[in-house]
Ligand binder design. Structure first.
Ligand code: RB5
Length: 161
């Protein structure tokens, strides 16, 4: 299983620990940075991980920023991405079982390393349950399609001033 991983400066140290742990457990991990604790902009890293996951349905992603909110917002802008911000094991587990989340977002400034590792384990250990949950994901995809194509933009609003 291939996992794309990325963080901003606020998630850097946790990202490094998770990266090493996952690689040690046999996962193929591709790191999109950041590579220092120097301040950087989370959208630029989040979008790279999200695009990589969206391009290959057999992969997953892990994103980390301070609160997890910024990375969640960014990742969920990319069509096909279902990014879940998880602060505990329960949310992590159900984000896969019910939402088939393909990106896990962690709040690097909120959870400690042991907790974060437990969340990652819970997430990776869970499987999508399908059934009624697939119907809801299909509805989400329909919403995504509605807002992804230019023909949904009201007539006239594309004209240059
Ligand atoms: C960086 O200071 C912080 O804003 C960022 O890591 C994240 O929490 C944004 O949502």
């Amino acid at each position: 299983m291939k996992i794309f991983i990325g963080s901003d400066h606020a998630g850097y140290e946790l990202k490094e620990r998770i990266r090493v742990q996952l690689a040690g457990n046999g996962y193929e991990v591709e790191d999109y940075g950041t590579s220092t604790t120097e301040s950087c902009d989370y959208p630029l890293i989040g979008v790279k991980v999200a695009e990589a996951v969206a391009a290959d349905h057999a992969t997953l992603g892990i994103l980390i920023c301070g609160t997890g909110v910024g990375m969640s917002i960014v990742a969920n802008k990319v069509p096909g991405i279902r990014a879940a911000l998880a602060y505990n094991n329960y949310v992590a587990q159900y984000s896969r079982e019910h939402n088939n989340a393909n990106i896990l977002v962690l709040p690097g400034r909120v959870v400690g390393t042991d907790m974060a590792m437990a969340i990652v384990r819970a997430w990776l250990g869970a499987r999508f349950a399908g059934g009624r949950h697939q119907r809801r994901l299909d509805q989400i995809e329909e919403i995504e399609r509605k807002f992804s194509y230019p023909e949904t933009i009201p007539a006239g609003s594309q004209e240059m001033p």
